[in-house]
Design a binder for this molecule. Structure first.
Ligand code: ATP
Ligand code: MG
Length: 428
């Protein structure tokens, strides 16, 4: 094959796109119930938008960025995640203004790009659906965001779900914990992976998120952040857990969870599935948390924020085997017999579509038998047949494909109101 798609990308072909649309529409409907509105930001941003926010030592920035210099020598990155761009837009469009109702609740969906080793559920171009809510620090909002994410996954029929929550506390908690972690890890320094040796100096919390199995063994016995929380951060986390219980949401506390991005504080969470699609292994589909310093980091006034991102490809792996509502059925198939009928067929399908029907026709001048076969295959409710004599008489043959009832109708009536004709044929 001469031309192939770039490694780690996928074509979403017509037979799959209805599934994507179903996922997107379901998400839109749910988000609207929670009063979230869509934002669409550029697919690429200045490199610094991501390097400053994701963290200099994060995998995203050190290994996975799709960055390049454009013809004007600007350092550009294809967005690896949604939050930083939305925050940039929030600041640039001054949505923090006092006249604007808080929280500002936004959602997005679209492609993200990370230079990763492609494998099942891991691509270089993948898609996320996410939400970001700004301007409110109330723990009730944290819990509402988690509840919304779980509701969304449940709507897709996912059952074996696990919500893992943790807190990264406030600055003071984090600093105390960082020191404790360095004290614990330093004796193991030589055993750590090269990446983690580097992280030990620059960003020790990152080591908790290491994918290296030996690192993982070492951090298993690491101190827990929960023992280093300030009283305020502790109280906040207790409230979060209480509110989850109020909504009857099951959760587990995973005190070693830190998330792959640097900008989080307080609440962080992941929703995992152990579906057969992942060989029964717990796999994260949705992840998020609170980021109260990110707006300031990108030049806005201090404004709290919280959100999550959900990996659409991973979600689709799970719902792949479910029977989903299929695309809209065909209302009318126009059967044209003989080349001369082609112009009338063109007018007919155009008119029917204008009247609100899903209509299709033959474009290949095929024999009636082949055309009727296609009409059945497309599950057409009605056929409208015109041959040369019908063309002269300005009539057509209307057939109800389910009952087999047929009726001669005038083209004028079709052009006038096809719905009326259908009613008359069903009543007879
Ligand atoms: P992982 O630990 O699996 O690399 P991550 O921490 O990098 O995940 P996030 O940045 O939190 O992931 O992204 C949120 C979600 O987006 C993930 O839970 C996953 O479902 C999805 N996701 C992330 N990277 C990819 C990718 N390369 N291909 C497909 N989906 C992805
Ligand atoms: Mg990753």
């Amino acid at each position: 094959m001469k031309y192939q798609k770039p490694k780690g990308t996928a074509d979403i072909m017509p037979d799959q796109s209805s599934k994507w649309q179903y996922v997107e529409e379901t998400a839109r409907k749910l988000f609207e119930k929670y009063c979230y509105q869509e934002v669409r930001t550029p697919i690429f941003e200045k490199f610094e938008v991501f390097s400053r926010t994701s963290g200099e030592t994060s995998d995203i920035v050190t290994k996975e960025m799709y960055d390049f210099y454009d013809k004007g020598d600007r350092h550009i990155t294809l967005r690896p995640e949604g939050t930083a761009g939305v925050v940039r837009a929030f600041v640039e469009n001054k949505l923090y203004g006092p006249e604007i109702q808080k929280p500002v609740k936004t959602y997005y969906m679209g492609p993200m790009f990370r230079y990763e080793r492609p494998q099942s559920g891991r691509l270089r171009e993948f898609h996320q659906i996410g939400v970001e809510a700004f301007g409110v620090d109330n723990p009730a909002l944290d819990v509402e965001v988690m509840a919304m994410a779980i509701n969304l996954l449940k709507q897709f029929g996912l059952t074996s779900l696990k919500l893992a929550v943790n807190t990264l506390g406030d600055d003071e908690s984090r600093q105390a914990y960082r020191q404790a972690l360095v004290d614990y890890l330093t004796p193991f320094e030589n055993e750590l992976s090269d990446d983690s040796k580097e992280r030990l100096k620059k960003n020790p919390l990152r080591i908790l998120d290491s994918k290296d199995s030996n690192d993982q063994k070492i951090v298993e016995k690491a101190p827990s952040i929960l023992d280093y929380l300030t009283p305020q951060a502790h109280a906040r986390f207790e409230t979060i857990k209480e509110l989850l219980s109020v909504l009857d949401i099951d959760y587990v506390v995973d005190s070693n969870m830190v998330r792959g991005l640097d900008y989080y504080n307080h609440t962080i969470f992941e929703i995992m599935s152990a579906d057969d699609a992942f060989g029964g292994k717990w796999t994260t589909i949705c992840a998020g948390g609170r980021y109260n310093k990110l707006v300031k980091e990108l030049g806005g006034p201090e404004t709290p924020g919280i959100g999550f991102g959900l990996g659409v490809e991973r979600l689709l792996l799970v719902i792949e085997n479910q029977s989903l509502p299929i695309a809209k059925k065909l209302d009318v198939y126009v059967v044209g017999i003989g080349e001369q009928t082609s112009t009338e067929s063109l007018k007919l399908v155009q008119t029917l579509r204008n009247q609100g029907f899903v209509a299709e026709r033959d474009y290949l001048d095929r024999k009636p038998k082949g055309q009727f076969k296609t009409a059945s295959k497309l599950a057409a409710q009605y056929t409208l047949t015109i041959g040369e004599s019908e063309l002269v008489e300005k009539t057509a043959n209307l057939k109800n494909m389910q009952t087999g009832t047929e009726k001669k109708v005038t083209l004028a009536d079709v052009y006038q109101d096809f719905a009326l004709l259908i009613n008359s044929i069903t009543e007879e």
